[in-house]
Ligand binder design. Structure first.
Ligand code: AGP
Length: 615
């Protein structure tokens, strides 16, 4: 998703803005731009297509732009192709905003989100003499603010409030008004926006890493709120223009954890952080303290887990474990579907929303749908203070620290272990798990970090295999039961960072059609850690071998050599409940090394964003 930064203070703004945008590169983008004001002069706008490096070289690292107040943006195209004209910042004047130089405009702005009724608003503005140089909804939004600002001769906050009443959709909007030098204005609905303060400067960002080097004291502006930001203060307003007071949050993350720590890529670093992350998450889990008391747990009759992408895969794994250990029926719904369904939930349903970022639009909408239906919502999130965390009834924080790589790894593992422990707690409270069995599970879980480390210490074989996979056009991941949920995640990892088409299939389903795609050399990877169904999945693998497939298997500890397998990956043994936490690690490494072998941008894969805050 787009990245937003803003600064107003005693220092030159351009370098701070570019540094902040650099920290937001992981969010995925296709163009970038900044606008800087020197005192009361018009803003200087510089925009470029492609990577941030060209913006940095165009402005000589920001030195060509003097001024202590500015905003910046990295754009992930939604409305309009990636181009300089469509890049942000956008301006209200009828000038051609070609992106280099001063602009005669009352309002200059950047935006993250989608304005759903922008065409209707554009038509309205055209009748009032506005012209448009871009295809974006953001230019419409900036000009709508300008329209109210000029027409009613009102201040920035009132113009923004009128705009918020008219515009439908999502926005994190950051603006500068020529008549108000040194000041920045902001407004928010759904798309995240953070405002940071120091003694003599204010910062804005769409995510914490952009300002962590400058301040840890931040405010999370809420929906339908606006803000006036100066070097000395920040003032928040509600939709009526009345002042509101927001709590200041102190960010605990250390700046180093948002850096690569000597690893070549954030993804490799985050894969290697998993032993620590799983251990920290296990230590932090305390269901009572978040309100999931024995009484609440005993009252749960049905569970609906929802999320997107990898978070949904965690739900698929959790379904097996919860039903197995706690005998509570679980359904798993894609959040993008859930939000439009009319599901007849029974009394005592708990909805669990899983989200690393806590800002995924579909997952947030699903949460709100569940709340509208009067259901209890448990959020499993990694980013504290995120929208999903704030709107849920109960919040389980996965203690994974900032996850920068677009492809999730450590947050996925933290979510998995969270859900396993939730299932164990639920089964224990319902009297279906004895104290002895409970103690066994807790002990098993405590051994996972070391077992993950063992896999990480033995990755040479995976590096070799990845050179073979790098030449593949397509791959199949097959498995049964819990293994199937890991196939889903392994397949997504391979697709999203190595761009190899792959499908995850329930092993028993392959012969109902898809096996027709197997031909000489097709790689079929079988996740076969579930001993109870190993033989069946192995048979499905052999059926593929008979049609020319190259077989890769993931088996646990004491499984003997399987004759027809071409490449076998063995993971440490553990109780079946926890095998996904181990089986996913070689798949993460395989996708990472395959992407490297294909010379791809591992941390910032094409077309992807770290947090999809639009529908
Ligand atoms: C996973 O590697 C992807 N980056 C993506 O599927 C992600 O899991 C999904 O967009 C959900 O994001 P969230 O956990 O932040 O809600």
């Amino acid at each position: 998703m787009c990245g937003i930064v803003g600064y107003t203070g005693r220092e030159q703004a351009a370098g701070i803005l570019l540094d902040g945008l650099r920290k937001l590169e992981y969010r995925g983008y296709d163009s970038a731009g900044i606008a800087v004001r020197n005192g009361a002069e018009q803003a200087q706008v510089v925009k470029t297509l492609g990577k941030l490096d060209s913006l940095i070289s165009l402005t000589d690292g920001g030195k060509t732009l003097m001024g202590k107040c500015g905003i910046g943006h990295t754009r992930w195209a939604t409305h309009g192709v990636p181009s300089v004209a469509n890049a942000h910042p956008h301006v209200s004047g009828n000038c051609r905003n070609t992106g280099n130089g001063p602009v005669e405009s009352a309002v200059v702005g950047v935006h993250n989100g989608i304005i759903e009724n922008y065409m209707e608003l554009k038509e309205k503005l055209l009748t009032h003499g506005y012209m448009f140089y871009s295809e974006t909804d953001t230019e419409v939004l900036v000009k709508l603010v300008d329209y109210y600002y000029r027409k009613y001769k009102i201040g920035p906050i009132d113009a923004i409030n009128r705009t918020m009443v008219r515009a439908r959709g999502s926005y994190a909007l950051t603006l500068m008004f020529t008549d108000y030098p040194g000041e920045i204005y902001a407004a928010r609905k759904d798309s995240p926006l953070i405002i940071g303060r120091t003694e003599d400067a204010s910062f804005l960002a769409s995510d914490v890493p952009a300002i962590l080097n400058y301040t840890r004291d931040v405010y999370y502006i809420q929906n339908h709120q606006s803000a006036r930001i100066t070097p000395d203060s920040v003032t928040f307003f509600d939709l009526n223009g009345d002042k509101v007071v927001l709590p200041e949050t102190h960010i605990e993350w250390d700046a180093l954890s948002a850096e690569k720590d000597g690893y070549e890529h954030f993804m490799l670093k985050e894969i290697h952080e998993q032993p620590k992350v799983v251990s920290n998450t296990l230590k932090a889990l305390d269901f009572q303290s978040i309100g999931l008391t024995d009484t609440v747990l005993k009252g749960i009759r049905q569970i609906c887990i929802t999320g997107c992408g990898s978070a949904w895969h965690v739900g698929m794994a959790a379904q097996y474990v919860i039903e197995d250990l706690a005998s509570v029926p679980v359904r798993v719904e894609l959040a993008s579907e859930f939000r439009y369904r009319s599901i007849p939930f029974s009394e005592g349903t708990l909805v669990i929303v899983i989200s690393q970022s806590g800002e995924t639009a579909d997952s947030l909408a699903a949460l709100r749908k569940a709340k509208e239906c009067g259901l209890m919502v448990l959020a499993v999130v990694n980013v504290m203070g995120s929208s999903i965390a704030r709107e849920a009834d109960f919040v389980l924080h996965t203690v994974a620290g900032p996850e920068i790589s677009v492809a999730t790894t450590k947050a996925f593992s933290a979510q998995l272990i969270c859900m396993d422990l939730f299932a164990i707690q639920l089964g224990y409270v319902k009297g279906l798990i004895s104290q002895e069995k409970y103690d066994f599970y807790i002990k098993e879980a405590s051994l996972l970090p070391d077992k993950i480390q063992m896999i990480l210490d033995d990755k040479q074989k995976l590096q070799w295999l990845s050179t073979k996979l790098a030449a593949q056009k397509s791959m199949f991941f097959i498995g049964r039961s819990l293994d199937y949920s890991i196939c889903l995640e392994g397949s997504l990892k391979m697709k999203e960072i190595s761009y190899i088409h792959s499908e995850a299939y329930a092993a028993g389903e392959l012969k109902h059609g898809t096996i027709s795609l197997i031909e000489e050399g097709t790689v079929v990877l079988g996740v076969m850690t579930e001993k109870s169904v190993l033989e069946k999945t192995y048979s499905n693998m052999v059926e593929c071998k008979a049609r020319g497939a190259y077989l890769v298997s993931i088996v646990s500890g004491n499984t003997g050599k399987l004759k027809e397998i071409d490449f076998n990956i063995c993971i440490p043994d553990c109780d079946a409940v926890f095998t996904p936490s181990l089986a996913i690690v070689p798949l993460q490494l395989l996708s990472y090394y395959t992407s490297i072998n294909r010379g791809l941008d591992v941390d910032k894969p094409r077309n992807l964003a770290k947090s999809v805050t639009v529908e």
